[in-house]
Design a protein around this ligand. Structure first.
Ligand SMILES: NC(=O)c1ccc[n+]([C@@H]2O[C@H](COP(=O)([O-])OP(=O)(O)OC[C@H]3O[C@@H](n4cnc5c(N)ncnc54)[C@H](O)[C@@H]3O)[C@@H](O)[C@H]2O)c1
Length: 259
């Protein structure tokens, strides 16, 4: 408890899924949390749910579109007005764009990069000046195991996620002398609406679900809370020398050659 006491955190895409779990875990550890989310209604509902479940929790929902630099800047300013300067940023908002490279539309390409890579940069750009000035800050970018492994037909999502790792490493090095840490988390399959949507888009959703559960050596997929635990660690003062790194949370799947 209270591993994040006194810190102000902004989590993008925090209305549901992994982002909501991170917001919940941050609040439980004493951080004031801003839920910066495209869907304003889910942001408000999740912020309320956290405030009701966690005594003394400080939460604020701000409708935010990470593809728009001005929208992200406004969310950071609102966070500062409500709670003070942002100490921790989690760039979590993301979308799946899974297509065949040659039949994919230009719009698919742009939509994917706008959220999955530009969105991460827009977040970093908005908080870095303040973090550099205060010589303190932790940025956590939610990448994916798609950032270093490829599944055919899932283009261009992995290209954007590879970029998230590159951005994490570049900014981690750039701002290390200013005591700003930039790290990534690479989740494997985690059970969220995004995963359910993907199963439901397959010809046989139940068979797709079962096949997914068989993939990790632990014979299950991850839970959003299991990603949130690592986000708490990276956001806290327990990880002061972890920088420009990526922590994989996939039950060992990416280390597996084959059964
Ligand atoms: N679920 C998985 O298996 C998995 C695995 C690896 C990586 N990830 C990554 O984790 C992150 C969260 O995934 P999730 O499974 O919780 O997804 P999700 O779809 O359940 O939640 C994503 C949230 O982001 C919000 N969002 C989308 N576009 C936005 C925008 N432009 N501005 C602000 N918010 C926006 C959505 O409204 C939604 O609330 C994503 O970056 C995703 O790529 C997920």
């Amino acid at each position: 408890m209270n591993r994040l006491a006194g810190k102000v955190a902004l989590v993008t895409g925090a209305g549901r899924g992994i982002g909501a779990a991170i917001a919940r875990a941050f609040a439980a550890e004493g951080a004031a949390v801003v839920l910066a989310e495209l869907d304003g209604a889910t942001a408000v509902a999740t912020a309320r749910e956290i405030a009701n479940a966690c005594e003394g929790a400080q939460t604020l929902a701000v409708q935010t579109d990470v593809t728009q630099p001005a929208s992200v800047r406004a969310a950071v300013e609102e966070a500062q007005r409500a709670f003070g300067p942002v100490d921790v940023l989690v760039n979590n908002a993301g979308i799946n764009v899974f297509a065949d490279p040659l039949t994919m539309t230009d719009d698919d390409w742009r939509r994917c990069f706008a959220v999955d890579l530009d969105g991460v940069w827009n977040g970093c750009r908005a908080v870095l000046p303040g973090m550099v000035e205060r010589r303190a800050g932790s940025i956590i970018n939610i990448a994916s195991t798609h950032a270093f492994q490829i599944i055919p037909g899932c283009f261009p999502y992995p290209v954007a996620k590879h970029g998230v790792i590159g951005l994490t490493r570049a900014l981690g090095i750039e701002y290390a002398p200013k005591n700003v840490r930039v790290n990534a988390i690479a989740p494997g399959y985690i059970e969220t609406q995004l995963t359910h949507d993907w199963w439901n888009a397959q010809p046989d959703p139940e068979a797709a679900r079962k096949a997914t559960l068989e993939l990790p050596p632990m014979k299950r997929i991850g839970r959003p809370e299991e990603v949130a635990m690592t986000a708490v660690f990276l956001a806290s003062d327990e990880a002061p020398f972890i920088n420009a790194s990526c922590i994989t949370i996939d039950g060992g799947r990416t280390a597996l050659h084959h059964e």
